[in-house]
Ligand binder design. Structure first.
Ligand SMILES: [Zn+2]
Length: 263
C-alpha cells in the first residue's frame, strides 16, 4: 500500500477540483510512491504534529488545513510553517491537506460531521453549488434538531455536543429553536443564506464584532470557535481512512493545535 493509494481514496471522497480557488488542498510535501507506514490525522500539521507522526511511525499526515497556504519563500526555520515542513521533509513524512474540498461535500464532509454531533435530522447542504448540478455539493449544512428546544436549552445542548467551554452569541430572537444552519470554520459568508433559509440559529466561527450586528434581529448567530467547530474532522478523517485500509494504523492527533487559549 503506497501513499498514493490513500490519497486516491481521499480524492474519491472529496475530489480536489471541489476546493475553492484560494485554497491549497492536496499533497503539500513528500513522496506519494512510498509505502505507507501509518497515518496521523489532524486539523493543523504543525511541527508538534509532525513530531508525533515520527513517534508513532507514521509517514503520512492528513490535515484539514493546508499548512502551506500563502506560499513559502524560504526554509530557514524562522516561521512555524517552515519548521513543520523542514521536519517533515527531513523525516520522510508526507503532508496532505483535505480542506475546502472536504467542506464542500455533504456526505462524509466537515459539516455533516458537525450535524451528526448535534443529532440533526434532514440534513442538507445550506448553499448548494448551482453549477455542480449535485445538491450534495456546496457550503454549510442545514437541518433540524431532534426536538424543538428553548434557546437557552439549545445553547447548553450545543456546548455539550461540541465539547465547548464557551460560546459567543447574538441576542435570542426566537424563543424556540428547531432549524439550524451551520458551517465549520469561517462561515460568515453564509449568514444571509441562513437567514433566507429561515434558520433559527446559525452556528459557525470567526465572526468579527461588526459582523455579529449583521444578525440584525433576524437570526441568532453563535460563534463556537474555529478549532472547536472543526475538531471532529480529525476523527472523521481517521475513521474514513481506517475504515478503508487495514494494512496500517490511522491515528487521531493528541496535540491540541488550537492557537487560542481561554481562561
Ligand atoms: Zn478551518
Amino acid at each position: 500500500m503506497i501513499i498514493r493509494d490513500v490519497l486516491d481514496f481521499l480524492e474519491e471522497v472529496a475530489p480536489l477540483n471541489l476546493q475553492e480557488s484560494y485554497d491549497n488542498a492536496g499533497l503539500l510535501c513528500g513522496d506519494a510512491s512510498r509505502e505507507v507506514t501509518g497515518v496521523l490525522t489532524c486539523l493543523d500539521s504543525t511541527e508538534e504534529v509532525v513530531a508525533e507522526a515520527q513517534q508513532l511511525g507514521c509517514n503520512l499526515i492528513v490535515a484539514h488545513h493546508p499548512i502551506i497556504f500563502g506560499g513559502l519563500k524560504k526554509l530557514t526555520g524562522e516561521h512555524y510553517v517552515e519548521r513543520a515542513i523542514i521536519r517533515a521533509i527531513k523525516n520522510d513524512i508526507a503532508i496532505y491537506a483535505i480542506h475546502t474540498n472536504l467542506d464542500n461535500i455533504l456526505h462524509r464532509g466537515v459539516n455533516e460531521r458537525i450535524a451528526q454531533q448535534l443529532g440533526l435530522i434532514e440534513v442538507e447542504i445550506l448553499s448548494p453549488k448551482v453549477n455542480s448540478g449535485d445538491p450534495n455539493i456546496g457550503s454549510g449544512a442545514i437541518g433540524f434538531l431532534p426536538r424543538e428546544m428553548k434557546a437557552g436549552e439549545f445553547l447548553d445542548y450545543l456546548k455539550k455536543c461540541m465539547s465547548l467551554e464557551v460560546v459567543r452569541h447574538t441576542e435570542i430572537v426566537r424563543e424556540m429553536i428547531s432549524k439550524v444552519g451551520l458551517c465549520g470554520g469561517s462561515g460568515r459568508f453564509l449568514l444571509e443564506t441562513a437567514k433566507e433559509a429561515e434558520c433559527d440559529v446559525f452556528i459557525s466561527a470567526d465572526f468579527k464584532y461588526h459582523e455579529f450586528f449583521e444578525a440584525n434581529g433576524q437570526i441568532m448567530v453563535v460563534d463556537i470557535g474555529h478549532f472547536e467547530s472543526e475538531r471532529f474532522t480529525i476523527e472523521l478523517l481517521q475513521a474514513l481512512i481506517q475504515g478503508k485500509f487495514s494494512k496500517f494504523a490511522a491515528y487521531c492527533t493528541k496535540e491540541t493545535t488550537n492557537p487560542i487559549n481561554y481562561r
